[in-house]
Design a protein around this ligand. Structure first.
Ligand SMILES: [Mg+2]
Length: 388
């Protein structure tokens, strides 16, 4: 059932945001550090291993983290810095590996299949890790195995500063004793359902008939069951082939009404930012396209720190529109695209009003999930009544 042919490396920075902060200020090393919203309503974006010892973890409310680890040092964090280091790491890897997927701000998959005969995947991965450690100066771990899931679990098991090779004949023995919580993508609700059935170890999950799991968990159950059996057929998607999220709108009547166009842009960005959050992704690049009535098409693009926040993206889109729309000519189309997508939901630019807004967005997303995207919009986003 398992294919011997694949050699997949999962390489993941150790406590990435914290490590960047320590690189900036070495006196923080060895201390319990929490990155994230400082206010009562904030959440932990990342925390050091010293803080994890107290039970602090990512996405936990900051208030709870403070109770668990009162002497922790809270740092507000700087997404621009983290994005910068993230891109340096990607560049370093891109130059050296055949097929690279950027999975999140601090996580990459490398498909070494075919290359392993020439290099020896373990030696190659070890050297990559050393390069990141010495050239970028940030701690990193990797797992090497037959597919993405097993490699990622291997990384998580050997962190921090670890390397782990799980050979194809060792996969099931490696997985069996682990908690099902270690399976990437297995959320709290699923864990609850499975543990109510007495399923807590990967071994137990792997032994249950697949159709029973599907009955209990639906479609998603089958892929979890496969993972428990060491099977994951999802390919490493090369960096350049990763999809973007975008939308465009052709006006009923060509227009020069900048105010109206900006309202349309606001609506479009609201929708695609929602889609971005639904897919649990962040973007680092935004593009605005306009088409004049003579069909001439021009675009403006900007690199931004990783985000999925409406407010940030709307402001940037409007700014790009102002730059790109520089001829006094009617427009027939406007489009917005978000690219350089990676997995993640860390929102560390959230303080004060932005944080309150984020809570508002989370609430709005919940309503949209239930009643559809147009059920709730910010007052400024509601499209104006047609004047024509
Ligand atoms: Mg990491």
């Amino acid at each position: 059932m398992k294919t011997d042919s694949k050699q997949i490396i999962h390489i993941d920075q150790d406590a990435f945001f914290v490590s960047v902060e320590i690189k900036k200020n070495s006196s923080l090393a060895g201390k319990p550090i929490i990155i994230g919203g400082l206010s009562d309503r904030g959440v932990v974006a990342s925390c050091s291993y010293e803080a994890r010892k107290y039970g602090v973890y990512s996405a936990m409310p900051s208030r709870m983290a403070k109770q668990l680890c009162p002497h922790a040092i809270f740092i507000k964090g700087d997404m621009a810095d983290y994005t910068n280091y993230s891109q340096q790491i990607t560049e370093l890897l891109k130059e050296r590996v055949p097929v690279l997927e950027k999975a999140s701000i601090d996580e990459h998959y490398i498909d070494m299949t075919g290359m392993d005969r020439f290099f020896g995947s373990m030696k190659f991965a070890h050297e990559l890790r050393q390069s990141i450690l010495h050239q970028i100066g940030l701690p990193v771990s990797f797992g090497l195995s037959i597919n993405k899931t097993v490699s990622k679990i291997a990384t998580n098991e050997c962190k921090p500063n670890g390397e782990l090779y799980v050979k194809s004949h060792e996969v099931q023995d490696f997985l069996n004793p682990l908690s099902i919580k270690k399976i990437p993508g297995l959320g709290d609700a699923t864990y609850l359902k499975l543990s109510e059935m007495g399923v807590r170890k990967i071994f137990t999950l792997s032994q249950i008939p697949a159709d029973l799991i599907v009955k209990v968990l639906g479609k998603n159950g089958f892929s979890l069951w496969q993972k428990a059996n060491g099977v994951d057929l999802t390919p490493v998607v090369p960096y350049r082939e990763q999809k973007s999220i975008g939308t465009q709108q052709t006006f009923d009547i060509d227009t020069m009404d900048v105010h109206h166009i900006k309202e349309i842009i606001t609506g479009m960005v609201t929708n695609i930012a929602y889609e971005l959050r639904q897919k649990q992704k962040l973007t680092a690049c935004i593009t605005v396209t306009i088409r004049y009535s003579n069909f001439e098409t021009v675009t403006q693009q900007a690199k931004i720190p990783y985000t999925s926040l409406d407010t940030t993206l709307i402001a940037k889109a409007k700014e790009l529109f102002d730059k790109v729309y520089n001829r006094r000519m009617l427009l027939r189309l406007v489009g917005v695209k978000l690219s350089h997508l990676v997995g993640g939901h860390e929102q560390i630019e959230l303080y004060g009003t932005a944080e309150r807004k984020y809570n508002l967005y989370q609430y709005m997303d919940k309503v949209r999930n239930k009643y559809g995207i147009s059920a709730v919009q910010l007052a400024t986003t509601i499209p104006p009544k047609k004047k024509y």
